[in-house]
Design a protein around this ligand. Sequence first.
Ligand code: 5AD
Ligand code: SF4
Length: 475
Amino acid sequence: MSTEQKDILENRQGEVLERSTDAVAAKKLYIESYGCQMNFSDSEVVASIMSENGFSTTRDLEQADVVLINTCSIRENAETRVRKRLTEFKKKKADNPDMVVGILGCMAERLKKSLLEQEKLVDLVAGPDAYRDLPNLIDEVGTGQKAVNVLLSRDETYADISPVRLDKGGISSFVTIMRGCDNMCSFCVVPFTRGRERSRDPQTIVQECQDLFAKGYKEVTLLGQNVDSYRWNITNKGEIKNKALPTVNFAQLLIMVAKVSPDLRVRFSTSHPKDMTDEVLTAMAAYENICNYIHLPVQAGNSEVLKRMNRGYSREWYLERIEAIHRIIPDCAVSTDIISGFCAETDEEHEETLSLMDIVTFDFAYMFKYSERPKTLAERKFEDDVPEAVKSKRLTQIIEKQQAHSLASNKRRIGRTEKVLVEGVSKRSEEHMSGRTGRNSMVVFPKGNFEKGDYINVRIVDCTSATLLGEAVEN
Ligand code: 5AD
Ligand code: SF4
């Protein structure tokens, strides 16, 4: 696997995040996040709840009174990494026995017993809907009780909580618009770890985006497991809950957020092929600040595999949605997620994933080997019968194809001028800055006098499969 590919996978699986705020308070919270963007966003909600209770965040583990680790269960290796980290915390605790160590997020429900009682790796366990209870749980640890709350809720959206932004001075922020998932894709553990789908009050979403813009943020990413099924004041059977109030679907929400300011870029993740409507695409086309980029996980290119995955669409349906994207939004970038070696996948079925990739030519993809997860439909119904070596071989073929497509996609940008939001100094060179295009490509260009948060026009002169290289031109 190339370094670039490793970077891609690492980013998707979530690198460790340790950040801090400035406030000085008596007690210190150290928080680390793993996994999806939703977890990173949740950690900001947690920091807010904790700050109301006298905690400020620290980057320095040595200073921490409370250490929280926001965990991911999506694949087995995500859990393995968290366990390793918890073992390191346990060693730290030997020197500082008063330090409280807790786990949050998706591993909480599944592993509460073993982590708390058998392995004694943590003092506290809080599931994704239990963060308001954290101050009580911390008090319970102090009194020697087992501090656990993994109850899932049907209506918790943390709508009223103003997240503490952990990326100080940032220009781009996540805004959670819904929680949970009702889809039950057969490979996926999320419906079990995060519970039922519920949408957040749109007024609080718009308010949060307005506040962010007022603080200098230039980009928001609206987050949900399946943003296309966002609905406010409508039941999942399509009935209006309160006739006196307006209903809001995802397309309408996008427009409400886009109207906050033309200088606030709007992104969203994740779309679902079975639910993505032309109304959403039309909203994207109508507002320049809604970025021309859609992450539309396909998972597999064969309709029988998709049926076993319980994805709710066929290969043909997916390809039709891709056509709709290109018809309604010219020059829209599309990325995807692909799983290799799902239960009973044959060579012919795998070939159809490769052929679908050739038809769509995704600009970018996150690619994984199937990893069986406890409790899921696939674990109960199917055998994880594709040998590891075959999964790996297929994954390599998928990755190699994607790299060729990503490179070709980037090469097509050479000679064009792109509007770039400057994110900061390039990781690889002090003399360069980096930023993103609306299509979500990373662009590196000579530093000039630009600052984080500027919009500039960059002419693309060269590229790799992961990055565009350019030079700023007059606006
Ligand atoms: N094995 C491998 N990949 C998975 N994903 C979700 N569950 C699994 C699993 N059990 C991938 C899907 C999803 C992305 C977030 O993670 O591709 O879209
Ligand atoms: Fe998991 Fe499917 Fe829900 Fe995505 S849509 S979180 S893959 S169940």
